[in-house]
Design a binder for this molecule. Structure first.
Ligand code: ADP
Length: 183
C-alpha cells in the first residue's frame, strides 16, 4: 500500500531521491549547526547549491543554529522544490533521552512551518534513521502517527500532499506496513 487519504490530504510513499521531487518543500534531516553534513543533508546542499547554505548562515547569525526537534525554512536554490525545511532529528541513544518525542516534533514543527507558509505539498526523508541510528520501524511509526495526528488537529491545513521519500527498500517496506496497519 503506497498511499492513503487523510482528510483533505493525500499521503504518498515512494522510494527514491528527495532532491529531485517537485514539491513546495522538501525536508532536510539537518544537524543543529545548519552548516551541512553527510547523508541527505549533503545531497540537498550539493544539488541545491550555495544559496541554501547562505540562508542557513543568516539563520545561524540570527538565532545560533537550530535545536533538536525544531525546524527552519530556506530557499531550495537550484532544486526543483521551492523551499527546504531543515529540521534536526535526535541522535538515537537507547531511547531514554526523549528521542521519540523529539522525532515527533521534527515532523509536527515541519508541518506547522509548511502551513505558516501556505505550502500545498511537502516531502519528508526518513529523519534520524541514517547517521543518527534511530530504529527504522519505530521511526516509521512515529512519522506516520505524527502526520495523522497533525491532520486530525489541523483540518484546515494547506497541505494537500505529504510524501515520504524512502531512500532504502527497508524503510519503504516498514512505511508500507505501518500505512496498512493504519487503514
Ligand atoms: P540522520 O542524521 O537524520 O540520520 P541521514 O541523512 O544520515 O540523517 O539519514 C536520514 C535518511 O535519509 C536515511 O534513511 C538515509 O538513507 C536517507 N537519505 C540519504 N540520502 C537521501 C536522498 N538523497 N534522498 C532521500 N533520502 C536520503
Amino acid at each position: 500500500m503506497n498511499d492513503i487519504q487523510m482528510g483533505q490530504t493525500h499521503i504518498v510513499l515512494l522510494q527514491g531521491d528527495i532532491t529531485v521531487q517537485h514539491v513546495d518543500a522538501i525536508v532536510n534531516a539537518a544537524n543543529s549547526s545548519l552548516l551541512g553534513g553527510g547523508g541527505v543533508d549533503g545531497a540537498i546542499h550539493r544539488a541545491g547549491g550555495s544559496a541554501i547554505l547562505e540562508e542557513c548562515q543568516q539563520i545561524r547569525n540570527r538565532q545560533g543554529g537550530c535545536p533538536t526537534g525544531e525546524a527552519v525554512i530556506t530557499t531550495a536554490g537550484r532544486l526543483p522544490a521551492k523551499h527546504v525545511i531543515h529540521t534536526v532529528g535526535p541522535v538515537w541513544n537507547g531511547g531514554s533521552n526523549h528521542e521519540q518525542q523529539l522525532l515527533a516534533q521534527c515532523y509536527s514543527h515541519s508541518l506547522q512551518l509548511a502551513d505558516e507558509h501556505q505550502l500545498t505539498s511537502i516531502a519528508f526523508p526518513n529523519i534520524s534513521t541514517g547517521i543518527y541510528h534511530f530504529p527504522k520501524k519505530e521511526a516509521a511509526t512515529i512519522a506516520l502517527n505524527t502526520v495523522k495526528e497533525y491532520i486530525e488537529q489541523h483540518p484546515a491545513t494547506s497541505l494537500k500532499q505529504i510524501m515520504f521519500v524512502c531512500y532504502d527498500a527497508d524503510n519503504l517496506s516498514l512505511y508500507q506496513q505501518q500505512l496498512q496497519a493504519m487503514n
